[in-house]
Design a protein around this ligand. Structure first.
Ligand code: SAH
Ligand code: SF4
Length: 357
């Protein structure tokens, strides 16, 4: 299989350029085209000699996703649906900081990226897993989600300065491609996004959490918990049978020890499923033990699924009970609710329209 140019690190490109007897500054020029100017074709790279462009064309692919749909929400959240070179659909969501929501001005512009086409983990509430898993994303398909959005914005300024790996798919099930993509997005010659501005979210793959703990990169980790007892969690997340809370917690503790940084526990509130006050005691105990922050997220309804978000009063009661138990917790006022912002939803809708169902 041919390599894509945006799956290559600077060191790999330097080695290749050395075999072509190209001077070092040519790598620099190429990187400028790839990551500062977000070139979508070889022909744009006008300051590279034609012969070099030809060698590059013959040796590497230069994939670029096409925008199938772009939706904006009232709060300026934008959702992008991309078509990849094999026709697969994936999505990314751009969430600009809103001073009115957070109370203080911030220039944080977060992009939520996908890591797989579909998802194999089949959490009951999630749109991404409904049609199963199709394939892993390649390194460049992860990287290009950031670059293509920046190219759309028609500016050479960085648009994305905060990255959350919370789109479609289970990131840690595509471990090698994800870590290489993040290395490129984090590099000063690449995406220039600080490691601490990158959060990887997982449904709880305990062995890969340990592997990430052993990696020198300082990414943030979020765990999709959504249930604080095995009984509640297993009902909505099949992965809990493979890695029950005891094992997941031990892996989180290991991560915490190795990295010395705070983990986030994501907890979507689903009416009548996991929003009972009986969950708050176990959840708070877990958060205290892991020195973790709890992020409560009201559920986003998914067409065709029976789940609903609790009333606001119930959300607030859950939040208050959690804090009373001594946990650090925030209740998110969901952004992008009106454009199906939760992962997988836009793709699901489009695929269904395409097949006419
Ligand atoms: N597979 C990874 C990352 C992608 S999902 C994981 O599960 O962590 C990103 C987050 O969105 C997860 O916390 C997931 O549980 C949550 N999510 C999925 N469907 C949702 C919905 N309909 N409403 C709100 N959050 C949802
Ligand atoms: Fe997959 Fe995450 Fe959705 Fe579960 S919540 S089905 S792991 S994308």
């Amino acid at each position: 299989m041919r390599l894509d140019i945006r799956s290559q690190t600077r060191e790999e490109l330097e080695r290749q350029f050395a075999t072509w007897e190209q001077p070092g500054y040519r790598v620099e020029q190429l990187l400028q085209w790839l990551y500062a100017r977000r070139a979508a074709s070889w022909d744009e790279m006008t300051n590279l000699p034609k012969a070099l462009r030809e060698s590059l064309r013959q040796s590497y692919d230069l994939q670029w996703p096409t925008v199938v749909r772009k939706q904006g929400a009232n709060d300026a959240t934008q959702k992008f649906l991309w078509r990849l070179s094999d026709g697969a659909l994936i999505e990314s969501v751009l969430i600009p900081a809103s001073p009115s929501l957070y109370g203080e001005p911030s220039d944080r512009r977060t992009l939520c990226v996908s890591t797989q086409v579909g998802c194999a983990y089949g959490c009951k509430f999630c749109a991404s897993g409904i049609d199963g898993w199709k394939r892993n994303l390649e390194v460049q398909e992860i990287v290009n989600q950031v670059l293509a959005i920046e190219r759309e914005a028609k500016t050479e300024e960085r648009v994305v300065n905060n990255l959350v790996i919370m789109g479609m798919g289970e990131p840690l099930a595509n471990y090698d491609n994800l870590l290489k993509a993040l290395k490129i997005l984090n590099a000063p010659w690449g995406g220039k996004i600080g490691a601490r501005k990158i959060t990887v979210s997982t449904s709880g793959l305990a062995p890969q959490i340990r592997r990430l703990a052993d990696d020198p990169a300082q990414y943030r980790l979020a765990i999709s918990l959504h249930g604080a007892t095995d009984e509640t969690r297993a009902r909505i997340m099949p992965i809990n049978k493979k890695y029950p809370l005891k094992e997941l917690t031990a892996a989180c503790e290991y991560y915490q020890e190795k990295k010395g940084r705070m983990i986030t526990l994501e907890y979507i509130l689903i009416a009548g499923v996991n929003d009972g006050l009986d969950q708050t005691r176990s959840l708070a105990a877990l958060a205290r033990r892991l020195n973790a922050k709890v992020n409560l997220i009201p559920y986003n309804t998914v067409e065709g699924l029976p789940w609903a978000r609790p009333e606001e009063a119930a959300q607030e009661a859950f939040h208050a009970a959690l804090q009373a138990e001594g946990a650090v917790a925030t209740l998110r006022r969901e952004k992008g609710h009106d454009i199906d912002a939760a992962c997988g939803q836009l793709r699901l809708k489009t695929e269904r329209e395409l097949v006419g169902s």
